[in-house]
Write a protein of this length. Structure first.
Ligand code: 5AD
Ligand code: SF4
Length: 467
């Protein structure tokens, strides 16, 4: 895939805004105006939206959950599969319609979808009503673009960046659990995946900056941090400063924040040193998300995953034996180009072997520009759907089995908010990331409490506070 280094539409004059001074400079401009922000996709996008929120609120906008009330709509998009893209286009239709009656409405698109050159062409030619398009490497330019709102469509999208920005400000969604970027981008180039194209090359943040952020979050009362990277265990390799993910994890643990987790790990460079650190510290959650993608060596090779099933099993068993009560979850793709029944049966076999605590399953979706999109594929969509159904039944039976193991036990739960299951309930997560609905008062929110598990389903647990 080729993108020019910088594609900017229009000849606008660039101004630099000191983000720290944003509120003084621009706040009056948008005071009383409302923003509507919608986020698609992964945790990385969710965290980027916290940066977007900071900018919007610093400019003076306040949030609304009602599209029709908005003066600015920001869609933070995802490109991982076709259905994520379809959802964005569907929503854009509603925004376009709203603009007929609300001429001054600003429509802004950010995130992974706008990093794709053919999508940019589409937006330029068929979606002129979009005012601002900001790429994943250009997010910090969003406030300038809003302030300068040019008459023509403004596009700021770098194809790649070797930059790592520090001192980024966030309006965090939660005061209990925080996301922390430790690395950006991905160099793995799995053949099905668009991420290396939309998020760029792997770049790590310096350890001292991450540790400072964790310390500040602990000082402000946060109970949990999640270290974020497309491939966290490659952390530090690009810096060559003598530290790696195991070093970072250990230093984060020593700060003493009650709960630490990390996503996502690649099985390829998950080291023994990392496993030892996870096992050593009580505040590192015994939870590892370890995407396997397929149970067939033939498919793994075509996916450029760089491990065999035997190697995955060895790693899986090592983590299980060294980390007490660990939960391992995974991602699986069915219907990769020319996946045979035999390949698919091997995926079922590995699920039976690993009995994953949970698995996120997907039908393969060709992404323009990736190597797999050019591979011949004779498998019908109906076959892919049937495989997904069969896989989900199996995966769900193991989720249920793993949840049932907790029945009658008392586990620690970080209570994160009200429960959807009733006003007398709150909900939270075990240290193995299992969702628990708890009978109890809203005062529990923000605390880690002992909960007795009273019922187990495939996707959640019920519990009551243990006295
Ligand atoms: N089609 C289907 N699933 C995909 N994933 C990534 N790219 C694709 C694609 N083109 C899945 C992988 C990855 C998860 C985040 O999304 O399983 O681990
Ligand atoms: Fe995509 Fe593979 Fe990188 Fe994960 S490791 S983001 S699946 S290219």
């Amino acid at each position: 895939m080729h993108l020019p280094d910088l594609c900017v539409a229009g000849n606008r004059q660039r101004v630099t805004v000191d983000h720290i001074a944003l509120d003084q400079e621009y706040r009056p401009l948008f005071a009383g105006k409302k923003y509507f922000l919608r986020t698609y996709g992964c945790q990385m996008n969710v965290h980027d939206s916290e940066e977007i929120k900071y900018y919007l609120e610093a400019l003076g906008f306040t949030a609304t959950d009602t599209l029709e009330e908005a003066d600015i709509v920001v869609l933070n998009t995802c490109a991982i599969r076709e259905n994520a893209k379809d959802k964005v286009y569907g929503y854009l239709g509603r925004c376009k319609h709203l603009k007929y009656s609300k001429k001054n409405l600003i429509i802004c698109l950010c995130g992974c979808l706008v990093q794709e050159p053919h999508e940019i062409e589409e937006f330029k030619t068929k979606h002129q009503y979009i005012d601002i398009i900001v790429g994943t490497h250009n997010l910090k330019e969003l406030p300038e673009l809003i302030c300068q709102k040019a008459p023509e469509q403004a596009i700021e999208v770098y194809s790649n960046s070797d930059k790592v920005y520090e001192n980024v400000k966030y309006a965090r969604d939660s005061k209990i659990s925080a996301w922390i970027n430790i690395a950006y981008g991905c160099d793995k180039f799995c053949t099905y995946c668009i991420v290396p194209f939309t998020r760029g090359r792997e770049r790590s943040r310096k350890m001292e900056n991450i540790l400072q952020e964790v310390q500040e979050l602990k000082d402000s009362g946060y109970q949990e941090v999640t270290l974020l990277g497309q491939n966290v265990n490659a952390y530090g390799n690009d810096l060559a400063l003598g530290y790696n993910f195991a070093t970072l994890l250990e230093e984060v643990a020593k700060i003493g924040i009650p709960r630490i987790r990390f996503v996502t790990s690649h099985p390829w460079n998950f080291t023994d040193e990392m496993i030892d650190v996870i096992a050593k510290y009580d505040n590192i959650m015994p939870y590892v998300h370890l995407p396997i993608q397929s149970g067939s060596d033939n498919i793994l090779k075509k996916m450029n995953r760089r491990y065999t099933i035997e190697e995955y099993k060895t790693l899986f068993n090592k983590i299980k034996s060294k980390v007490k009560n660990v939960a391992i979850t995974t991602d699986i793709i069915v219907g990769f180009p020319n996946e045979t029944d035999e390949d698919f049966n091997k995926t079922l076999d590995i699920v039976k072997y690993c009995e994953f605590d949970n698995a996120f399953t997907f039908i393969y979706s060709p992404r323009v520009g990736t190597a797999a999109a050019r591979m011949p594929d004779k498998v019908s969509f109906e076959t892919k759907q049937a495989r997904l159904k069969k896989l989900n039944e199996l995966v769900n039976s193991y989720s249920l089995k793993s949840n049932q193991k907790l029945l009658g036990k008392t586990v620690k739960v970080l209570v994160t908010g009200p429960s959807e299951k009733g006003s007398n309930k709150v909900c939270g997560y075990t240290d193995t990331m299992k969702l628990v609905n708890i009978v109890g008062s809203q005062d529990l929110i923000g605390q880690i409490v002992d909960v007795e598990i009273t019922a187990a389903k495939s996707f959640s647990l019920d519990g009551k506070v243990s006295l």
